[in-house]
Design a protein around this ligand. Structure first.
Ligand code: FAD
Length: 629
C-alpha cells in the first residue's frame, strides 16, 4: 500500500452535514472511536443552506398537532410510497431531537409565551417548522459542531488528547469503500489540497454525503452534491431505491444567469408571499389537484383569511406540496404567461410591511439585493423550478440505518425511503437528526457485535489509487465538457416533465458519456487541482444519473417527484412497487421491482377510508375494511 497515510477507527462517518454530525456524536457517545470525513470545509455542508426550518410536531403553536398528524402529512406528501416505518419513527422522534438541540445550545425563534416557535410550510397541516429566521440550517450545524467540540474537550480532560475519540478530516474526499469478503473494512480517499491519499481502516462506515443535484444544470445544490455516497454504496454492493423521484423546488432564482437555481425559501410563501403570472393572476387556484381539493382555499379571500384564522379557513394553494407548485409554474411558463426572464412572479412586497419582511426573511432580502439588485420589500421576485433534493438513496433498515452490506450505514439525503415519492419542506432537517442518531447507534451496535475486525486488503487499496490517479496521466476528454453535457441531458430529458422517448435518448447519451468518462484527462499535478477532482466525481454523477433515468423509464405513472407526460396520474398498482437499483460490474445499472410491504394495521387505520381510496388498490381497500372493522 505504498506510503498511504493510514488511520484506524471504529466508525468512519463520511459527510459533515446534519446527518453526519449527528451520527458521529451518537457513535462517540456510545464509546466508539469516530472519524468525520468531509469533502469541503468543516461547517460548509448543504445543511447550512437550509432556510425554512425543521419539522417536528411539538404542538407549540397549534396544540392539535401531534406525531400522528405529522405522519399522515408525510405519507400524503410522499403519495403513500414512503417507508412507513421511517415516517413513523421520524414523526415520533423529531420533537425530542429538536429539544435536544436546544439543550445543546441552539437558539430557536420563540412564540409570545416563550416556547419554540413553529412556522407554516407546504403540506404540513399545522405550523410545525422550528426555525431561526431563515437561517435554521446554520444554527443546526453550529450547534452540532459545538457539541462535537464539547465532546472533544471532555476527551481532553480524560485522555489528554482532544482527538482521542472524535476527529475531523476536512477537505478530504472519499473515492472508494473497502471490503473484506462481504463486510466493510474501510474507506479510501484523497486530501483535496495536496492530492495525497488517505486510508481509513474501519469496520463501520456511515454515509452522510447528501444529494446529487450537480447532475443537473439548474440546481439549488452546490459543488459537493455529486452523488458520491449514492455511487460509493452502489459500488460496494448496496441497493438504491426511489431514484426516479427528484424534487424540483418551485422557487429558484431565474435571474441573473450566474445565480440561476439558487433557492428562494418556501417561507416566503409560508409567510404570505403569492405567485402571479404575467397577467397578474394568482394562478395556483387553477392547479389544486383532486386529492387535495378539500384541504385548500378556492378563493383568494379565504386563502388570505387563513393567515390570521387557520381554524376557520383553508390554506392558500401557494402552499401545496412542492411538486404541485413546480409543475404549475412550469405549465404557466410553457403557456406563455411567464415573467420576462422565464419564471413567474413571487410577491411578498404587497403582502407584508417592509420592516416585517426584513425581520422574517433577512437572508432572502440580502440575497436578492446583492445578487439581483432586487428589493423584495418593494417589488416581486422572479422565480422558477430548480433541482433541489433527491428522495431516492441507499436502501436502509428503518431502525438502524443499515444498508444491505454489513458494516455500511446511511442517513440523511443519501438514504432513501423516508420521503417516498416527494419530501415535505422541513422534513429533511428533522430526518437528519432522527436518522443520523439512529445510524450512529446502528454502527456502534454493529461494531460491538463483531467477532473479528474485517481487514483492509492491499490489492483494493492499490486499485483505488490507480483509479484515482488515472485521469492525471491522460490528455483525453475535458472533464468540464463531459460534466456540462451530462447536466444538460439530465435537465432537458429527465427533468421535471418526462416521457419515454426523451428518457431513452438520455440513456443513449449517458452510455456514451460513460465511455468518455473513462477517457477524461486532467492537466496539472495532484496539488489542489479541481479539474482532477471533477474527473473523479464524474464516475459518480454518471452512475447515479443512469439510476435516475432507468428508474424513471420503468415507472409508468406520475407520482410526487416523477411526472410522466405519457402516463399522467397515479396508478395504485405502482404504489406497491419500489424500484431497486444495483450494479454488479460497477458500470451497468440494473433496476428491479420490489413489493412495498403493507402498512402496519395501527398506522393505516390513522387514515380515513375516503382518503385511502385515492391511493390504494381495490384489493388493499378490501383488506383495510377487514382491519377497520
Ligand atoms: P449535507 O448537509 O449536504 O452534507 C454532506 C456532507 O458530505 C458534506 O460535508 C460534504 O462535504 C460531504 N461529502 C459529500 N461527498 C463526500 C465525499 N465523497 N467524501 C467526503 N465527504 C463528502 N431541508 C429542510 O428540512 N428545511 C429547509 O429549510 C431546507 N432548506 C434548504 C435550502 C437549500 C438551499 C438546500 C440546498 C437544501 C435545503 N433543504 C432543507 C434540504 C436539506 O438542507 C438537505 O437535504 C440536508 O441538509 C442534507 O443534509 P445531509 O447531512 O444529508 O448532507
Amino acid at each position: 500500500t505504498h506510503n498511504t497515510e493510514r488511520h484506524e477507527y471504529d466508525v468512519v462517518v463520511i459527510g459533515a452535514g446534519g446527518a453526519g454530525l449527528r451520527a458521529a456524536i451518537e457513535a462517540r457517545q456510545q464509546g466508539k472511536r469516530t472519524a468525520i470525513v468531509c469533502k469541503s470545509l468543516f461547517g460548509k455542508a448543504h445543511t447550512v443552506m437550509a432556510e425554512g426550518g425543521a419539522a417536528a410536531a411539538m404542538g407549540n403553536v397549534n396544540p392539535d398537532d401531534n406525531w400522528m398528524v405529522h405522519f399522515r402529512d408525510t405519507m400524503r406528501g410522499g403519495k403513500f410510497l414512503n417507508n412507513w416505518r421511517m415516517a413513523e419513527l421520524h414523526a415520533k422522534e423529531a420533537p425530542d431531537r429538536v429539544w435536544e438541540l436546544e439543550a445543546w445550545g441552539a437558539l430557536f425563534d420563540r412564540t409570545k409565551d416563550g416556547k419554540i416557535s413553529q412556522r407554516n410550510f407546504g403540506g404540513h397541516e399545522y405550523p410545525r417548522l422550528a426555525h431561526v429566521g431563515d437561517r435554521t440550517g446554520l444554527e443546526l450545524i453550529r450547534t452540532l459542531q459545538q457539541r462535537v467540540v464539547a465532546l472533544q474537550q471532555e476527551d481532553y480532560e480524560n485522555y489528554g488528547d482532544y482527538e482521542a475519540y472524535i476527529k475531523v478530516f476536512a477537505e478530504c474526499t472519499v473515492t472508494r469503500l473497502l471490503k473484506d469478503g462481504d463486510a466493510i473494512s474501510g474507506a479510501f480517499g484523497y486530501w483535496r489540497e495536496t492530492g495525497n491519499f488517505v486510508l481509513f481502516d474501519a469496520p463501520a462506515v456511515v454515509l452522510a454525503t447528501g444529494g446529487i443535484g450537480k447532475s443537473y444544470v439548474v440546481t439549488s445544490n452546490s459543488w459537493e452534491y455529486t452523488g458520491d455516497g449514492h455511487a460509493l454504496a452502489l459500488l460496494a454492493g448496496a441497493n438504491l431505491i426511489n431514484m426516479e423521484f427528484i424534487q424540483f423546488h418551485p422557487t429558484g432564482m431565474v435571474w441573473p444567469p450566474s445565480v440561476r437555481g439558487i433557492l428562494v425559501t418556501e417561507s416566503v410563501r409560508g409567510d404570505g408571499g403569492v405567485l402571479r403570472n404575467s397577467e397578474g393572476k394568482r394562478f395556483m387556484f387553477d392547479y389544486i389537484p383532486e386529492v387535495f381539493k378539500d384541504k385548500y382555499a378556492t378563493t383568494e379571500e379565504e386563502g388570505d383569511r387563513w393567515y390570521t384564522d387557520q381554524a376557520n379557513n383553508r390554506r392558500p394553494p401557494e402552499l401545496l406540496p412542492r411538486d404541485e407548485v413546480a409543475r404549475a409554474i412550469n405549465a404557466e411558463v410553457k403557456a406563455g404567461r411567464g415573467s420576462p426572464q422565464g419564471g413567474v412572479f413571487l410577491d411578498v412586497s404587497t403582502r407584508l410591511p417592509a420592516e416585517e419582511i426584513k425581520k422574517r426573511l433577512p437572508s432572502m432580502h440580502h440575497q436578492f439585493k446583492e445578487l439581483a439588485d432586487v428589493d423584495i420589500t418593494a417589488e416581486p421576485m422572479q422565480v422558477g423550478p430548480t433541482c433541489h433534493y433527491i428522495m431516492g438513496g441507499v436502501e436502509v433498515d428503518a431502525d438502524t440505518g443499515a444498508a444491505a452490506v454489513p458494516g455500511l450505514f446511511a442517513a440523511g439525503e443519501v438514504s432513501g425511503g423516508m420521503h417516498g415519492s416527494n419530501r415535505l419542506g422541513g422534513n429533511s432537517l428533522s430526518d437528519l437528526l432522527v436518522f443520523g442518531r439512529r445510524a450512529g447507534a446502528g454502527a456502534a451496535t454493529y461494531v460491538d457485535a463483531l467477532k473479528a475486525r474485517p481487514k483492509v486488503l492491499p490489492e483494493q487499496v492499490d486499485a483505488a489509487r490507480e483509479e484515482a490517479l488515472a485521469p492525471l496521466g491522460r490528455t483525453g476528454e475535458n472533464p468540464y465538457e463531459v460534466h456540462h453535457e451530462l447536466q444538460r441531458t439530465m435537465n432537458d430529458l429527465v427533468g421535471i416533465i418526462r416521457k419515454a422517448e426523451e428518457i431513452t435518448e438520455a440513456l443513449g447519451v449517458v452510455e456514451k458519456l460513460k465511455e468518455r468518462v473513462r477517457m477524461v484527462g486532467a492537466g496539472g499535478s495532484r496539488i489542489y487541482n479541481p479539474g482532477w477532482h471533477l474527473a473523479i466525481d464524474l464516475r459518480n454523477m454518471v452512475l447515479v444519473s443512469e439510476c435516475v433515468a432507468r428508474a424513471a423509464l420503468m415507472r409508468e405513472e406520475s407520482r410526487g417527484g416523477h411526472t410522466r407526460d405519457d402516463f399522467p396520474g397515479m396508478n395504485p398498482e405502482w404504489r406497491r412497487k419500489l424500484l431497486v437499483c444495483s450494479t454488479e460490474d460497477g458500470s451497468t445499472v440494473k433496476v428491479e421491482e420490489k413489493v412495498q410491504p403493507p402498512m402496519r394495521d395501527d398506522l393505516i387505520t390513522l387514515f380515513d377510508r375516503d382518503e385511502l381510496k385515492k391511493y390504494l388498490t381495490d384489493e388493499e381497500m378490501a383488506e383495510f375494511d377487514g382491519i377497520a372493522k
